[in-house]
Design a protein around this ligand. Structure first.
Ligand SMILES: [Zn+2]
Length: 331
């Protein structure tokens, strides 16, 4: 996933959370309000911050950004499932029980997310405990950076080809073509300055559409807003006040949740780019110029990106609640 796609998804996650204000139980509404107050003053860091894992840390080739499955009759069925609001779940439901194995050399993504979730919790607790001026204190923009880094890895989990062990990156162009398509759509329809690396935001922090651009009404981004509005999170009105309540049944932490997302992503990759497809050479095919790939990418991208936004919003809120609850003794 490319630079402005990452930042755009993170900014959309904030917009989604704002639209959810007041819809949870009292405690969670307060958590959310405090989180939005914390993160909102940092929008100009979104592009660079969300991109640091690719430009500075560069653990993408070592598996930090991937969790790669392959079908394996000697493997085992992964039992974890994402919550019902995951839109891609319905497309691959019939395949989720198939036996899979993991390419352990290049599969760290859920570990990265779990670690960052705990890091956010710890750094806020330390910041709150330590008087300002102490050398060991974190400041708010450092903590905001951790949230943006978390959003990067979370979004990568939703990229189907990040979870498929087939090499669709080189010499294949499937992976770059897919990510190029998303990046171009975002730059086409949203106001963004490549010079200052910032999206144009209004007073409320909402991203601005470019004026006079034809085709938006039929674009994947327009469809995506409809998809997000249709399905709220499962358990939203629930009184149980623990951050794991939105992660899906049986998923107890960020790691479990990301594994369940990556399993769906793997099967999305198999659905969009079927391994046994006759007359297709994945080393040479250009998916945005070839059917049925082009239609499939357009059809599924809306749901993939909507799911990524939901995940970032959900895990940001959970990461925030994690420290607020731990400070009261709840793990
Ligand atoms: Zn990445």
């Amino acid at each position: 996933m490319k630079k402005y796609t990452h930042a755009w998804l993170a900014l959309k996650a904030i917009e989604l959370l704002k639209s959810y204000e007041g819809r949870f139980n009292d405690d969670r509404n307060k958590h959310l309000k405090r989180f939005l107050k914390f993160i909102s003053p940092h929008p100009n860091t979104f592009v660079r911050g969300a991109w640091f894992p690719d430009t500075v840390i560069k653990d993408n080739t070592q598996g930090g950004h991937t969790w790669k499955y392959y079908l394996d009759s000697n493997g085992k069925a992964e039992k974890r499932r994402p919550p019902a609001h995951n839109n891609c779940l319905a497309f691959v439901k019939g395949s989720l029980g198939r036996k899979v194995s993991l390419d352990t050399k290049i599969s760290d993504l859920p570990d990265r997310c779990e670690a960052l979730g705990q890091m956010i919790r710890d750094s806020i607790l330390i910041t709150n405990k330590t008087k300002s001026g102490d050398v060991v204190v974190f400041n708010n923009s450092q903590v905001a950076l951790f949230f943006l880094m978390l959003s990067h890895y979370v979004c990568d989990a939703h990229v189907p080809v990040h979870c498929d062990n087939r090499d669709l990156y080189k010499p294949s162009k499937v992976h770059p073509d897919l990510e190029d398509f998303w990046e171009k759509e975002i730059k086409k329809f949203y106001k963004v300055s490549l010079r200052t690396q910032q999206f144009d935001l209004d007073e409320e922090g909402t991203m601005q559409h470019k004026t006079g651009k034809k085709g938006y009404d039929k674009s994947i981004l327009h469809e995506l807003d409809k998809v997000l509005a249709q399905k709220a999170w499962q358990n939203m009105g629930m009184l149980k006040n623990h951050w794991s309540v939105f992660l899906g049944k049986g998923n107890n932490n960020f790691w479990d949740y990301l594994v369940s997302v990556c399993l769906v992503s793997f099967h999305m990759s198999q659905l969009m780019f079927p391994p046994g497809a006759a007359d297709v050479n994945y080393n040479t095919v250009r998916i945005m110029e070839t059917e049925p790939f082009k239609s499939d990418v357009i059809k599924y991208s809306t749901f993939i990106l909507a799911d990524a936004i939901n995940s970032v919003a959900l895990l940001w809120l959970a990461a925030w609640e994690r420290w607020e609850l731990l400070s009261k003794g709840v793990r």
